[in-house]
Ligand binder design. Sequence first.
Ligand SMILES: [Fe+2]
Ligand SMILES: [Fe+2]
Length: 150
Amino acid sequence: MLTQKEIMYLKENLDAEYLCIRKYEQYASLSQDQDVKNMFNTLAGYETQHATTLKNILSQNGVSYTSIYESYNKPQQNQNPQSLSITDAQILNDSLSTEKHVSSNYNTSILETVDTNIRKQLQHIQQEEQGHAETIFNMMRTKGYYNVQY
Ligand SMILES: [Fe+2]
Ligand SMILES: [Fe+2]
């Protein structure tokens, strides 16, 4: 049995996962660089798994929830990014800030979770979100979009 607060946070987490899936599928189609495209498709796959985990937690506790972000028309591959004036650097920066935000939202959910098993599942997701931030950050460094100062 979930508390009202837990349900509220889990729904918010689930909305965020669906937004991540959309965003990364769209960014995969918009980015110029093949490595960046592949990275976004991989990330979209992870976010899909996260959404499934959250949906299962909710439904196992008697909560059925359909996010308004759940269904949408998937983008065509290789759209023309010039028409939007959007660069790979911009796309990567936005994704890094998304992952930071999502990870901190999981932190809030984890701290509110009563059940140990559910907490473990959320901690696992959060760890993967931190991994996503690292993956995106490393891609930015590799492609020369991020100059780290020591
Ligand atoms: Fe996720
Ligand atoms: Fe993520």
